[in-house]
Write a protein that binds this ligand. Structure first.
Ligand code: SAH
Ligand code: SF4
Ligand code: F3S
Length: 471
């Protein structure tokens, strides 16, 4: 048993990260058995789940979408806010109930929650029906843990990040779009955020390994890849050679995959060179997720974000000027400790200036072990809820206005599947990441088609195909 330790998680080791090849265990032991997986949190977790699926399928398990059918239940968890944590424990209640009638059911919890000391101790003390607990740094050990599992609870969570593994296989959810990790962890330590503790120090993958993966995805027919990292703009800063994200992005673009995206961008590391590369290459999509967090420089300082409101706005305007037709979305937190009415008004002012294409908005949630959780919080829950509501109304209004500008325009859309709203339609995304429900044949799935937009809502567009040939 190996429990996590938050103090150790803070230490950024001097030891060089080793690049190792992952060994994938193969077994027929679980042939005929089924697994069920539920994923919480960000794109990193979604992509980690693709690795987890490959690992368990290599042991013979087959996927089921029905919880009650499963012989193995996997929860890939998120720790970013208290409600993420509550959702997982709520779901565990259902699983516990199921295990009463099915004692051989194996329950495994992974992801960011077990990286928190208190969570893993809680599972150990109060949730004995959980069989396996693994962390974000030892997904590669999951097959061993499942194969070795006897009756006893097995907990293996590293406090300090492990090495960077290459040769990872994924069972990708899509044959059209794919995630590509370019780095792991985060060194920014924004004062409210748990991620640097749950994901460890920043470790960039080597450029040649990333390029090889992208090349292989292109060969397999993928139309779009998204370069993934908590802070993609800091790519390479931890490597010995002077490498930067702009160089990587350019090399990825030159491989010639139809669409290249990246997420997430921290404003602090965003260079002019990156803006130029995005503007220069047609296959680098004109879409940037640029978290603001707060429009008040005072709060940004308390958050440890390392930019002022003015610096953020300067960067924002440069992007809008130099990248034709760029769409920009953001993340905003309300109710951070010490946020006054005036500070909140400043956030609204920035929103009014930037008129974002969309935003994820959150009420600040204190996370144990982070500096902000010790700051004095005088904002009442009522005020926080009110601010969130006011902010959301404003955000939705601008998304709608931005979307309405698309009406009667013809735009390229990568069609990804059957529309959830209407089975006779397909859905896809514009280059600017707008969701579009399209009147078109199913055989357009997997291709980029031209679509005439005829209606706009806050969160999606409606349109019809105008040219059926690939563009
Ligand atoms: N690496 C990304 C963000 C990852 S977390 C970045 O720096 O932009 C996604 C979002 O969750 C953050 O942008 C932030 O808005 C929000 N978030 C993170 N910690 C939070 C907390 N303790 N309470 C509320 N929201 C939080
Ligand atoms: Fe968290 Fe800040 Fe790192 Fe983003 S950059 S993951 S908000 S610490
Ligand atoms: Fe959540 Fe971990 Fe992502 S805390 S947001 S799953 S990095």
């Amino acid at each position: 048993m190996n429990l996590p330790n938050m103090k150790s998680a803070k230490i950024r080791g001097e030891k060089n990260v080793e690049y190792r090849n992952q060994e994938n265990l193969f077994s027929t032991q679980f042939e005929g058995k089924k697994y069920f997986i539920r994923t919480y949190g960000c794109q990193m977790n979604v992509h980690d789940s693709e690795e987890i699926c490959f690992i368990v399928e290599n042991l013979g398990f087959q996927k089921t979408e029905i919880l009650e059918e499963a012989d193995l239940v996997l929860l890939n968890t998120c720790a970013i806010r208290e409600n993420a944590h509550d959702k997982v424990f709520g779901y565990l209640g259902r699983v516990k109930h199921l295990k009463r009638n099915k004692p051989d059911l194996m329950v495994a919890i992974g992801g960011c929650m077990p990286q928190q000391e208190s969570v893993t101790k809680n599972i150990l003390e109060k949730h004995p029906y959980v069989d396996i607990v693994f962390g974000t740094h030892n997904i590669h050990e999951l097959s061993k843990m499942i194969l070795n599992h006897q009756k006893k609870q097995e907990i293996e969570v590293y406090s300090i990040e492990g090495n960077v593994y290459e040769n990872i296989f994924y069972k990708r959810d899509s044959k059209i779009t794919a995630w590509v990790n370019i780095m792991y962890g985060c060194d920014k330590f924004c004062t409210y955020c748990i991620v640097p503790y749950t994901r460890g120090k920043q470790r960039s993958r080597k450029m040649e390994d990333i390029l090889k993966e992208v090349y292989e995805l292109k060969e397999k027919g993928y139309q779009e890849i998204t370069l993934l990292g908590q802070n993609v703009n800091a790519y390479g800063k931890d490597l010995k050679k002077t490498l930067d994200f702009a160089t990587l992005l350019e090399k990825v673009a030159m491989i010639g995959i139809a669409r290249v995206r990246f997420v997430t961008s921290h404003p602090w590391d965003f260079t002019e060179k990156m803006i130029d590369i995005i503007a220069k290459y047609d296959n680098v999509m004109p879409y940037i997720h640029l978290p603001l967090q707060s429009g008040s420089s005072k709060i940004l300082k308390l958050m440890g974000r390392r930019y002022t409101t003015e610096e953020y706005l300067t960067l924002f305007h440069k992007m809008k000027e130099r990248i034709p037709n760029v769409a920009i979305t953001t993340d905003i937190i309300v109710g951070f400790p010490g946020e006054t009415e005036q500070d909140f008004m400043k956030t609204l002012e920035v929103v009014n200036t930037c008129k974002y294409d969309g935003a994820f908005t959150f009420i600040y949630s204190p996370r144990e072990g982070t500096p902000a959780s010790k700051m004095k919080d005088e904002v009442s829950d009522f005020v926080k809820e009110q601010r969130l509501q006011i902010l959301n109304e404003r955000i939705n209004q601008y998304s709608l206005e931005n979307n309405q500008k698309y009406i009667n325009k013809i735009v390229p859309v990568l069609i990804q599947g059957i529309s959830e709203k209407d089975k006779n339609k397909v859905y896809g995304y514009t280059d600017t990441m707008k969701l579009v429900n399209v009147n078109a044949e199913k055989n357009t799935i997997g291709t980029i088609i031209l679509v005439k937009i005829n209606a706009a809502k806050s969160f999606s567009l409606d349109g019809e195909i105008v040219i059926s040939t690939k563009v």
